[in-house]
Design a protein around this ligand. Structure first.
Ligand code: ACM
Ligand code: ZN
Length: 407
């Protein structure tokens, strides 16, 4: 793998838990571009996500390797002219990151996860609304109407604004979790399907092909403006946009399929790299999380280049990303706790050849890193210091031998 080390901090439902000052404090004094360059010649893909969420319009972004942030603004803020100072803050962060050779890449999630946008602009939905900004998390059935030309204009306008703010080569357009129930019933969407001559087949419904039309529209617009598009693995359904990079989040299958189709891939499987998941089975003792279980050893054990790909196909796996959805994360220290030390494992699975990986050796080095975390006052998960126990039945002595250890 040659390119990106990516962490992805995302949020949605909660009130703003962090401030720009938090970001600055976490673009760590220890991070310097030289060491980043030594570790990876192109450590410049740092992911951001401008997510027009169902219940917030959330700016989500992360700075790597040890920085994270999550900002929110909802439609009320957008309506109320607070946007300018906010955009200036964003520009500040982008600039701050750029000086450290970090690129922030935004995600605007479309055509799903758009209920907040619909609340502000109801004519963009299939039913015309009214819509409310959502107050819970999940996947809303209210999505952009794919049969409405104003939606295409809206997409172009939003992408234009995004491109004005974010100079990144890549722009992420989401494409995940877009239910098709409204499209199935919407006369405009069905008219578009007819006009495009779209037919469902045994692989995809006609509505899935319709989503591909929307994503292809977004990609064409971005490409015409010199940018490249990223989409979640749902963008495979109905056919990938011609130049798309795919982020594989529902396991690795989407990434494997995209690589086979010779599309660039970023692996971020929820089976390994969702750092909003628990890192211990003793969940009673943990801050509440989304569920899931991704302890440090499991993350470290992930090999992002699938062995079933040919060596030519493997070249399309460009990097990894860890996601931190923050529905259950209410404070900045809690976000640190979910990120550290799993980020250290994230770095190694991206940078290391599989044959060089050695978990015991990693733990020893991690011990030194935790001293740095301590010195910097970071809140990190301390499961590595837990006592481990192993039982073996000793048939010779007729005993059960118990081995305990720590790092
Ligand atoms: C995702 O977690 N919905 C990309
Ligand atoms: Zn519609």
């Amino acid at each position: 793998m040659s390119t990106s080390l990516i962490a992805f901090i995302a949020g949605s439902e909660n009130a703003l838990p962090f401030t720009i000052a938090d970001v600055y404090s976490l673009v760590s004094p220890t991070f310097d571009a030289n060491s980043a360059t030594v570790i990876s010649s192109s450590i410049n893909l740092i992911f951001a996500c401008l997510h027009h969420g169902d219940n917030t319009l959330a700016i989500r972004f992360a700075l790597l390797p040890i920085t994270l942030c999550n900002l929110h603004f909802d439609s009320r803020v957008v309506k109320s002219n607070c946007i300018l100072p906010f955009l200036n803050e964003l520009r500040d962060v982008i600039d701050y990151a750029a000086k450290r050779h970090i690129t922030i890449i935004p995600e605007v999630d479309l055509p799903g996860h758009m209920q907040a946008a619909l609340a502000a602009y109801p004519y963009l939905g299939c039913t015309g609304g009214p819509y409310e900004v959502w107050r819970m998390w999940g996947v809303s059935e209210e999505v952009l109407c794919a049969g409405n030309d104003s939606v295409l204009t809206f997409i172009d306008d939003v992408l234009t604004e995004i491109m004005e703010i974010f100079p990144s080569e890549y722009i992420h357009v989401g494409g995940d979790e877009c239910p098709k129930v409204r499209w199935e019933k919407c006369p405009k969407c069905q008219a578009r399907i007819k006009a495009l001559g779209i037919k469902g087949d045994d692989r995809h419904t006609k509505e899935e092909y319709l989503q591909s039309f929307i994503i292809c529209h977004a990609e064409k617009f971005l490409n015409e403006h010199g940018r490249r598009m990223i989409g979640w693995d749902e963008t495979l359904e109905g056919g990938l946009a011609p130049n798309a990079t795919v982020m594989s989040w529902r396991g690795e299958g989407g990434g494997i399929e995209a690589a086979r189709q010779h599309h660039d891939v970023i692996m971020t499987p929820d089976t390994y790299l969702y750092f909003n998941h628990y890192q211990s089975k003793d969940t009673e003792e943990e801050p509440e999380a989304n569920g899931g279980y991704s302890p440090l050893a499991h993350v470290y054990g992930y090999e992002p280049i699938p062995s079933m790909l040919t060596s030519d196909e493997q070249k399309f796996i460009k990097g990894v990303q860890a996601n931190h959805w923050t529905e259950y994360i209410t404070t900045f220290p809690q976000l640190q706790y979910m990120a550290l030390p799993r980020w250290a494992a994230l770095c190694e699975i991206q940078w290391s050849q599989p044959e060089k990986k050695d978990y015991a050796d990693f733990l020893e080095r991690l011990l030194r890193l935790t001293r740095l975390y301590d010195a910097l006052g970071y809140n990190y998960a301390k499961h590595i210091f837990d006592v481990t126990a192993d039982y073996r039945v000793n048939t010779k002595n007729g005993t059960v031998d118990i081995f305990t250890g720590t790092i």
